[in-house]
Design a protein around this ligand. Structure first.
Ligand code: FA5
Length: 343
């Protein structure tokens, strides 16, 4: 066998193999091709059989050429096999990556509905030029009760209602304690809000929880009145609900305001026609408010003949329940991800 012939035999076999691979559509056809080329009586074996006809000095080169071809055929057959394995079983091909499969959903954290309402309120009051005060959850009885005109015998001081840390320190029951701290600062006029957690030994039910949030507002100036209070509360609720709501006052008693009022808003869901949310009353109660009691001003060294103030304190969960139409406050604290993901 001369040089030309042996080179041609290898080249032609390679060409034939390449042509045949183009017509392969499944594993069975692939298996038949494998037997034809790599089988015991296959083409490559028969090429090796021609070795005996090759001159002794060319045997090495001829053998290397067949081995190269064999390697080429094996690699090509394997890659075809891999491509047919795609979709049948991932195990067959560890490198397989099906780009058509849906991606993995990563859970993205988001804000708790109560935090969302707190952020809304912050934005509203910043736009109304209020300062925002922080606050402490552990308060002394002077700021939480005494300075707010809450007498020693008042039932809210009872250990059944308040969490005492020691006889003079408690978990604050109301953000009104911050009214005193704000006025003690001596800066007048004052225009502040403060928000945060409050604690009461209330049994939990659909509208009460032992820990809850309040927003407290306080304005102290020389010439403020109930109309200003009404205007601020109207702005606040219109901002929260995104539509005009009206504020209505009903006389009520809080030791630190005079006159004091329970505060209602027109139901933003039925425009006062009556619905299940407002229990057909057309209005919804949201918290207390009133003109700061002259004695409270005196308690912090402010002359009530010169300055007047108004204040309000509302439950934030209550606002969030209305805004998102949630009928049980406990849902906020159960940390059920399915519930929280809706907001
Ligand atoms: C007060 O706490 C007064 N400090 C409010 C105030 C401030 C009046 C300034 C006048 C001037 P009251 O106890 O009613 O008032 O609570 C106010 C709001 O806090 C309630 O309307 C309610 O929305 C919320 N709240 C009270 N207790 C709970 C509780 N256990 N769970 C959830 N929310 C509560």
């Amino acid at each position: 066998m001369d040089d030309v012939h042996k080179t041609n035999a290898i080249k032609e076999l390679k060409k034939e193999f390449e042509t045949l691979t183009e017509g392969i559509h499944n594993k069975d056809e692939l298996e038949r091709l494998k037997v034809k080329f790599l089988g015991r009586k296959g083409e490559i074996r028969s090429l090796f059989g021609k070795m005996k006809d090759v001159a002794i000095e060319q045997k090495k080169e001829f053998g290397a050429g067949i081995n190269d071809l064999k390697g080429f055929v094996e690699r090509r057959l394997q890659s075809l096999l891999d491509s047919f394995s795609v979709g049948s079983s991932e195990k067959d091909n560890k490198n397989y990556c099906d780009l058509t499969l849906p991606g993995i959903n990563f859970s993205i954290g988001h804000q708790h509905p109560v935090t969302q309402v707190i952020d809304d309120l912050l934005e509203i009051f910043r736009s109304l030029n209020f300062d925002v005060l922080g606050g402490m959850e552990i308060e002394d009885t002077f700021h939480n009760f005494d300075a707010l005109n809450i007498h020693k015998w008042h039932p809210s001081r009872n250990a059944q209602d308040t969490f005492y840390l020691d006889p003079e320190h408690i978990l604050r029951t109301q953000t009104s304690a911050m009214q005193i701290r704000a006025m003690e600062s001596g800066k007048l006029p004052l225009r502040i809000i403060t928000m945060g957690r409050c604690y009461r030994r209330d049994a939990s039910d659909a509208t009460h929880y032992p820990v809850f949030h309040q927003i407290e507002g306080l304005v102290v100036d020389k010439n403020v009145n109930f109309c200003d209070l009404s205007g601020i509360l109207t702005e606040m609720m219109t901002g929260v609900f995104g539509k005009r709501v009206e504020v209505r006052f009903q006389p009520s008693y809080f030791p630190f305001v005079e006159p004091g009022a329970e505060t209602f808003i027109s139901c933003p869901f039925c425009n006062q026609k009556g619905c299940s949310i407002c229990q057909n009353t057309g209005v919804i109660e949201l918290g207390g408010s009133g003109m700061v009691h002259p004695q409270v001003l005196r308690n912090v060294g402010i002359d009530p003949k010169v300055y007047r103030g108004f204040a309000f304190g509302w439950g934030i969960e209550r606002i969030a329940m209305l805004k998102y139409q949630i009928n049980d406050i406990r849902l906020f604290y159960e940390n059920n991800i399915n519930f929280l993901e809706q907001f």
